[in-house]
Design a protein around this ligand. Structure first.
Ligand code: ADP
Length: 419
């Protein structure tokens, strides 16, 4: 039975949340989209990854309602709506409207909003969100292409997104502890405050908030707020003991690394990798598909974890984009890496490392993966996951852009050896 049902507004956000919950050692299962079939063997922590951060509002609400239904069928009675720790949203939503729809369906009158992630420099004070030492609206988020954040005050950001009243529990109250926080929430409820922003500047604050709010039908926030919940549920008798090791499965030894990320850290990771490597050039792919890469892969020993990468410096990316168009260049690379993932699996690769957020989406889709059971953490925010592809158990890790150390690829394969 599922104890906590989580809905995340994008894929890497879902991975981040699933990874943090899995630190508890309890089984965590990540679903890519709302599953088509009813829950079978659900994990105590279920995370459904949606792609609804900037989707049309009606679609976002429809998807989250469907996700809620599925999680309720899995047994969940407590729910977590997870969004970015920089509160990425447009003036219309979708953070507030989705929360309001979930509250309606759950018949609950109040929820909290806490995007704070102190370990990553996201803190909330007097309702204002900070990124490191900068207010949100002065951080690089002010220039985000899809969700530029031009106000740092969460109450002002939230109010136009919701129908219900917005309130605040400030840090001095949170610092006094869970009981004071609970009393403040009750007081706000009496004044009709349905949407309460809660300050947090340190992990201890998140612990107090989770303690005070653990029985709420709906909590909303960044991934860090969910981290204390497994231990609290265990103390409340909702969960048995964990084995503290996360999911593990016997998977074959063959490995492959596929990289479509051009982020600075991925470029360094590709550069230092000592195993066999093959570089994909989008201009060649546009002419001849991935034939040369397929031939190269067919001749490789998967025990040596060959790396196939489109990862390139900004000048090379710009050149490919100038000739092919930005979207087309990306699509060509994603298609090639997706095909190569299938070929590698069919050749026996059971340990698959993928670099790049969009690339991960393309590869998981090609492999027909819809459920990922979270395993050991390789780097903060990047766990191994276990899945089934064409009937084969596989281990898959999906690393977005700047995550992981330079030695990430070898780190990943070593972590799997150790588990
Ligand atoms: P990240 O997580 O680093 O942002 P993504 O996979 O999300 O990585 O995005 C990288 C995008 O760049 C993908 O769409 C990928 O197909 C594309 N891409 C990769 N290599 C190249 C290249 N050499 N030229 C142009 N586009 C590329």
């Amino acid at each position: 039975m599922t104890v906590l049902g989580c809905i995340a507004d994008d894929f890497t956000g879902a991975t981040d949340l699933a990874g943090l919950l899995a630190r508890s050692g309890y089984p965590v299962s990540l679903r890519i989209g709302v599953p088509d079939s009813p829950p079978q063997d659900p994990a105590p922590f279920e995370v459904i990854a949606l792609k609804c951060r900037t989707a049309p509002l009606a679609d976002a609400v429809k998807d989250t309602r469907a996700a809620l239904k599925w999680l309720q069928a899995a047994g969940a009675r407590r729910f977590f709506w997870k969004y970015c720790s920089t509160f990425d949203s447009t003036p219309q939503g979708n953070i507030g409207p989705v929360a309001e729809a979930l509250m309606d369906d759950l018949g609950t009158a109040q929820t909290i909003y806490c995007p704070a992630f102190p370990e990553n420099g996201r803190t909330v004070f007097m309702g204002n969100l900070f990124v490191g030492q900068q207010p949100l609206a002065e951080s690089p988020m002010k220039d985000h292409p899809l969700t530029p954040m031009r106000d740092s005050n969460l109450m002002r950001l939230l109010a136009p997104q919701v129908i219900g009243r917005v309130g605040l529990v400030d840090r001095p109250t949170v610092a006094r502890g869970a009981d004071a926080l609970r009393a403040a929430l009750d007081g706000l409820a009496q004044h009709g405050a349905a949407h309460v922003v809660v300050d947090a500047v340190a992990d201890a604050d998140l612990g107090r908030i989770a303690t005070a709010c653990q029985d709420m039908a709906l909590m909303t926030g960044g991934s860090a707020l969910a981290m204390p919940l497994p231990a609290l549920y265990r103390a409340a008798g909702l969960l048995g003991d964990s084995d503290a090791r996360g999911a593990r499965a016997k998977v074959g030894a063959g490995a492959v690394i596929l990289s479509g990320s051009c982020s600075a850290m991925t470029r360094a990771q590709v550069a230092v990798y000592q195993g066999p490597k093959f570089r994909l050039d989008p201009l060649d792919l546009a002419k001849d598909d991935a034939g040369a890469a397929q031939e190269w892969l067919a001749a490789q020993d998967l025990a040596r974890a060959p790396l196939i990468y489109a990862t390139a410096e900004p000048e090379a990316v710009a050149k490919a984009q100038a000739q092919l168009g930005q979207a087309e260049a990306g699509a060509i690379v994603e298609k090639a890496l997706a095909e190569l993932a299938i070929a590698a699996r069919d050749k026996g690769a059971r340990r698959i490392v993928v670099a790049g957020g969009e690339t991960s989406g393309a590869v998981t889709q090609a492999l027909g993966v819809t459920r990922l059971d979270i395993g050991a953490e390789i780097a903060p925010g990047v766990p191994w996951t276990y899945a089934t592809s064409a009937g084969h158990p596989i281990a898959l890790t999906l690393k977005s852009g700047n995550f992981g150390a330079e030695s990430f690829f070898t780190d990943a394969l070593r972590v799997l050896e150790d588990t």
